[in-house]
Write a protein that binds this ligand. Structure first.
Ligand code: SAH
Length: 376
């Protein structure tokens, strides 16, 4: 394996403008004594015309461009690895500072291109069926590192032969718990939604949480994005074993927060993710229990066939079990979709994202052989 020289993402002497959403950019230009409308211009250059430097910004005066070159930069994470799966799924391994790296996945489908974005290097939650948690946690990503994933992917897709693939949806379903990196995730989502940046509709930006109840309410106050919740079990006893966070915020509290999230918009629904684990949570009884649980919440259910990773104790439910489970939900009028497994030949499927985390905790030592196996 070739050792890469590690370049720090943040240059301490220069402000990385990818860290700033429109409001923050306006503040930045105001502090420079410049007109606030420069914020919109620079945002558009960075995110719509994927400018990586200030020379291209021809509607900005030469003197301001020269000044920006002195004091600011546009710096996204560096691409360490770029792979395309047999089904067209494309995955980037992006290098951050201090040896951490994260993964971002583009999943093309009929009429749609979904980018799955990471929010943390590693994760603190340690869900028992997820590869990311096994590496432990290093740190929150900056805004530049979160929106930088969209910036890098968008740029790369535009440069594909034909250039026809575009990002129409973003899901915060990569590595990490987005609601534990609240402020940076919200700023990055502001940029995804901004008409002068990516201009995605609020229905096409989805944040997925393992159930950080107080932050669900805070999110509702500050952002209009869609919410997905990783439920995975229809009762607390089982969910406690899969998602340890459940011991802090049990199902009843979680569903109450979900109801509050959609209460003011009649057609809005929460997407509940449910990973299908053979012999663990996939029986018809579990399905009936789930139906009873979700009766009071406007819901969609997303069944995710478990994606294995080295050293896991779990197995994917059989196709028959998944079908039977889904049929029970649909008979009860729950909108149910079974997620197709995509990109698993390049370890790009749900729960397989690992990147490389310089862990400060103990979990990485316990799983040291696993880490070796999944880093490139
Ligand atoms: N922390 C957030 C977002 C990251 S996980 C959350 O928990 O929602 C994105 C989705 O992938 C979650 O629903 C997660 O439970 C699921 N997932 C994790 N590991 C998986 C695996 N091995 N197979 C299938 N899905 C998995």
């Amino acid at each position: 394996m070739r050792a890469h020289a590690i370049k720090p993402l943040e240059n301490p002497t220069k402000a990385n403008l990818l860290n700033l959403d429109r409001a923050a950019l306006r503040g930045y230009f105001a502090a420079l004594g410049e007109k606030p409308f420069r914020a919109g211009q620079v945002l558009q250059w960075m995110h719509q015309y994927d400018a990586a430097d200030f020379d291209a910004m021809t509607n900005i005066s030469k003197s301001l461009r020269e000044r920006l070159k002195e004091i600011a930069e546009i710096r996204a994470p560096e691409i360490a690895l770029d792979q395309t799966a047999a089904d067209g799924t494309r995955k980037w391994l992006l290098r951050l500072d201090s040896g951490n790296s994260i993964e971002t996945v583009f999943i093309p489908a009929q009429g749609r291109g979904t980018l799955c974005v990471s929010s943390q290097a590693g994760c603190t939650l340690d869900c028992s069926f997820c590869a990311t948690g096994k590496q432990g946690f290093n740190r929150n990503l900056t805004v530049a590192e979160i929106i930088g994933q969209v910036w890098v992917a968008n740029r790369a897709l535009k440069r594909e032969p034909g250039g026809a693939r575009v990002i129409t949806n973003v899901v915060l379903m990569g590595m990490g718990e987005p609601l534990l990196n609240f402020d940076n995730v919200v700023s990055a989502m502001n940029i995804m939604l901004d008409d002068l940046a990516y201009g995605l509709s609020k229905r096409r930006v989805t944040l997925s949480t393992a159930g950080m109840v107080p932050m669900i309410d805070r999110l509702h106050e500050v952002s209009p994005v869609s919410l997905a919740v990783s439920l995975h079990a229809p009762n607390d006893a089982l969910r406690d074993t899969l998602v340890p966070l459940n011991k802090k915020y049990p199902i009843a509290e979680l569903l109450a927060a979900c109801r509050r999230y959609v209460a003011d918009e009649p057609r809005r629904r929460i997407t509940f993710e449910y990973v299908m684990l053979d012999g663990v949570n996939d029986s018809p009884e579990h399905a009936h229990e789930l139906v009873r649980l979700l009766k009071e919440v406007p819901s969609k259910v997303n069944l995710i066939p478990f994606n294995p990773f080295p050293n896991t104790q779990y197995k994917r439910s059989s196709a028959r079990a998944i079908e039977r489970f889904g049929a029970i939900l649909m008979e009860a009028d729950l909108v149910t979709i079974t997620r197709r497994t995509r990109g698993d030949d390049i370890d790009a499927a749900c729960g397989q994202l690992a990147g490389k985390v310089q862990d400060r905790g103990s979990r990485s030592r316990r799983y040291a052989p696993l880490r070796g196996a999944i880093t490139p």
